[in-house]
Ligand binder design. Structure first.
Ligand SMILES: [Zn+2]
Length: 284
C-alpha cells in the first residue's frame, strides 16, 4: 500500500489483488513485438493486471474509488480470472473498516471495478459498505442492461440491489460529489465511464480508470481492445493530457500491477512518459 498527501487530503492506493488478462486484448492493435518489451506474458499469453482502488480521506469523508473483483465471481469466471479477493484484508491492514466508508464511486460497472460493492447475505446481496452512498453514471447503468458486446463483463448483483434500495445514486454527467472530489465523463472504454478528480490545496490527482489502465498505456494509441469506442478513447486521452500534463496531476492507474500512480510528462523528444512519484517529489 502506498500513501501520499494531496493538500489537506490523504490518498492511499489499496489493491484487491492481481489477475490475468489476455495480452492481446489488453494492448489492442499494438503488436506483441512492441508490448512484450514492457510486460511479460505467460505461456497462455496472459499478462498480470492489478486491481487498484483508491481511498481518499478528507477532513469529513472517507471515499473509496472502485471496488475490484470481490469475492462472489461465478465459477466459470473464477477459472478464467481467479478471484484474489484481497481488498478487505488490505482494509484490515490499514485499520479501516467497511463501516468507515462514506462514499463509494465506481468509474463504470465492469465486474473488475465494482465486485466488492456487494457481498452475499443468504440468498440475497447486501452492501459491503453499509453506510456508504454509491455513485455511478446513469448511462453506464443503463448500458449494463443493454446486452451489448461487453455484456459478459456485467454482473447485476454488483449494482442492481443497491440501485433498488436507493443506496446507489445514478449521476447524469460531470458533477462534484463532495468538496474536492468530482466525477467527469471520459467516453471510450464505455460511453459513460467517469474519472474521479481529486483536488486539494491546489494539487490534483485523477483516477482515470480504463482510459489509461496502466503506465504501459500512456501512449495515445496504446489502448485496450476491450474499448467500445476506440476513437473516443483517443480524443478523451488528448483531453485528459491537455489538463493533466501542464497541471502536474497525479494519475492513478486502475490495472497497473506495479505502479498505482505516477505523473505523466513529455520527455525532451515529446514522448509521453510516466514519472514515478513519491509524495516528496511531487508535492513538497
Ligand atoms: Zn472496464
Amino acid at each position: 500500500m502506498l500513501r501520499l498527501t494531496l493538500g489537506d487530503f490523504e490518498l492511499t492506493a489499496i489493491s484487491d489483488g492481481i489477475y490475468p488478462l489476455d495480452g492481446g486484448a489488453f494492448f489492442g492493435i499494438v503488436p506483441k513485438i512492441l508490448w512484450q518489451k514492457m510486460v511479460n506474458a505467460d505461456e497462455n499469453n496472459r499478462v498480470p493486471a492489478g486491481l487498484n482502488s483508491l481511498v481518499v480521506r478528507t477532513d469529513r469523508h472517507t471515499v473509496l474509488i472502485e471496488t475490484g473483483i470481490g469475492n462472489k465471481l461465478p465459477e466459470k469466471m473464477v477459472k478464467q480470472y481467479g478471484q484474489p479477493a484481497q481488498l478487505l484484508d488490505n482494509f484490515d491492514a490499514l485499520g479501516l473498516a467497511p463501516e468507515d466508508i462514506d462514499i463509494v464511486i465506481n468509474t463504470h460497472l465492469h465486474f473488475d471495478h465494482c465486485g466488492w460493492n456487494t457481498i452475499r447475505a443468504g440468498d440475497k446481496f447486501a452492501a459491503t459498505f453499509p453506510k456508504a452512498k454509491y455513485y455511478v453514471q446513469e448511462g453506464e447503468w443503463r448500458h449494463a442492461h443493454e446486452n451489448q458486446r461487453d455484456a459478459v463483463s456485467y454482473l447485476s448483483e454488483n449494482y442492481d440491489p443497491l440501485v433498488e434500495s436507493g443506496q446507489m445514486q445514478l449521476l447524469r454527467g460531470d458533477q462534484e460529489v463532495i468538496p474536492g472530489v468530482s466525477v467527469q465523463v471520459f467516453p471510450g472504454h464505455t460511453r459513460d465511464m467517469q474519472a474521479v478528480i481529486i483536488t486539494s490545496g491546489g494539487k490534483t490527482a485523477c483516477y482515470i480508470s480504463d482510459l489509461i489502465p496502466t503506465t504501459a498505456h500512456i501512449d495515445l494509441n496504446w489502448a485496450m481492445a476491450f474499448d467500445l469506442y476506440p476513437l473516443e478513447t483517443l480524443e478523451s486521452k488528448k483531453r485528459y493530457y491537455a489538463r493533466a500534463i501542464p497541471g502536474k496531476w497525479l494519475t492513478v492507474f486502475t490495472h497497473d500491477p506495479n505502479a498505482p500512480w505516477a505523473c505523466v510528462e513529455k520527455d525532451e523528444n515529446g514522448k509521453l512518459v510516466a514519472k514515478a512519484t513519491r509524495s516528496a517529489d511531487l508535492f513538497d
